[in-house]
Design a protein around this ligand. Structure first.
Ligand code: DOR
Ligand code: ZN
Length: 373
């Protein structure tokens, strides 16, 4: 008889793009990321933004104070009008592994962002990033166009800029690639990679209509674009295409406003959903490179020694609207009490009355992660 618990063992996954927020929301969402991912590239679009050495140190400290033992946040800086080459070099020394471009007024907390044409002209910044050995993460959208065209229009400017050729030692990441054109741009230069989310592998523009919970930036595109993403990801041929969840928690009241806030909270389920989608495509063998190997290699991180196991067992995604008792921060039931832990886990009473609804809330995923490591 087939052992249904037989699963896939992989190096502990890496999330190349996550929003952890601050304060109470950070405490609420961090356990979900730290359960399934050993390391993550943490986005800097907090309020105020993380943009220099001091704010990098302070935010890292805030995360570590409530991080489950062993989770490693990898910090980034937000490129703003205040950025200078000196700011970049100092942030690199303070531990920032990447800088992030946000198009002004293009997404959540992007007031400090930049006009794309201005950003692409900052040669001094790119030289400093090269010198610091940092990665250039790009939110590749041009907000002056309709949402469906934003990625394409920004990337045309990026290609015209010839930045990858002009700065051959600088590694670029096109974040949350959502179009076939984005994949093409990634394929054209050895120093351009693309992160891909779980939600862009399953959603199309139809799923966003009338459902603000599925609204994110970049918006999900056509079925053709989604097929191109699925093919590239499941084939696993390119080491420059790797997983970045873009897990972006927003409370329900914000998601329910007329325009709705941009972001999908996928941290609790992304790895399980990927295991399911890879299995459905008969590509389970390629899951490990996508979620565990390609990203750390591009970021030149030390090898991950810890392992995880995904198993073919159902995982029920909680919907806090119908199961309020389960709105507590997720905890690892098998974890031993760590006497050296810097802080206690969040108290069980710390429930959000204005909940964050995870992607696939109320649905079952056919794959789980085994935590008895
Ligand atoms: O959907 C998104 N949410 N896209 C972003 O670029 C930002 C993110 C957030 O911070 O909520
Ligand atoms: Zn993001």
């Amino acid at each position: 008889m087939k052992d249904m618990r037989a699963g896939t063992v992989l190096p502990m996954p890496f999330d190349a793009h996550v929003h952890l927020r601050q304060g109470r929301i950070l405490k609420h969402v961090l356990p979900a990321t730290a359960r399934d991912f050993g390391r993550a590239i943490v986005m800097p679009n907090t309020k105020p933004a993380v943009w220099n050495a001091d704010t990098v140190r302070a935010y890292r400290e805030e995360i570590l104070e409530c991080a489950p033992h062993g989770f490693e946040p990898l910090m980034t800086i937000y490129l703003t009008q205040q950025t200078t080459p000196e700011v970049i070099l100092a942030a690199g020394k303070a531990g920032a592994v990447a800088a992030k471009f946000y198009p002004k007024h293009g997404t959540t907390n992007s007031d400090d962002g930049l006009v794309p044409e201005f950003f692409l002209a900052q040669s001094d910044w790119f030289a400093a990033l090269e010198e610091a050995g940092m990665v250039m993460c790009i939110h590749a959208e041009h907000p002056k166009h309709i949402k469906a065209r934003r990625e394409h229009e920004f990337l045309k400017l990026f290609v015209d800029s010839r930045l990858p050729e002009r700065f051959p030692k600088l590694r670029f990441v096109i974040e949350h690639v959502s179009t076939a054109y984005g994949l093409q741009v990634v394929s054209e230069s050895d120093n351009v990679a693309g992160s891909v989310t779980a939600h862009h592998l399953v959603l199309t523009d139809d799923d966003v209509m009338g459902n603000h919970l599925n609204l994110c930036m970049p918006v999900a595109k056509s079925a053709r674009d989604r097929s191109a993403l699925r093919e590239a990801v499941f084939q696993g041929n390119s080491p420059r295409i790797f997983f970045g969840s873009d897990s972006a928690p927003h409370q329900l009241s914000a998601k329910s406003k007329p325009e709705g806030s941009y972001g999908i909270y996928t941290a609790p389920i992304a790895l399980k959903l990927l295991a399911q989608e890879f299995a459905n495509a008969s590509r389970s063998n390629n899951l490990s490179s996508f979620v565990s190997s390609y990203g750390p290699a591009y970021y030149r991180l030390p090898e991950e020694k810890r392992v995880s196991e995904v198993v073919a067992e159902p995982f029920h995604v909680l919907d806090p609207r119908s199961e309020p008792a389960l709105m507590e921060p997720v905890r690892d039931p098998s974890a031993e009490v760590d006497e050296d832990a810097k802080t206690d886990p969040p108290p069980p009473g710390d429930r959000l009355t204005d909940p964050i609804i995870p992607f696939y809330a109320g649905r079952a995923i056919h794959w789980s992660v085994r935590y008895d490591r």
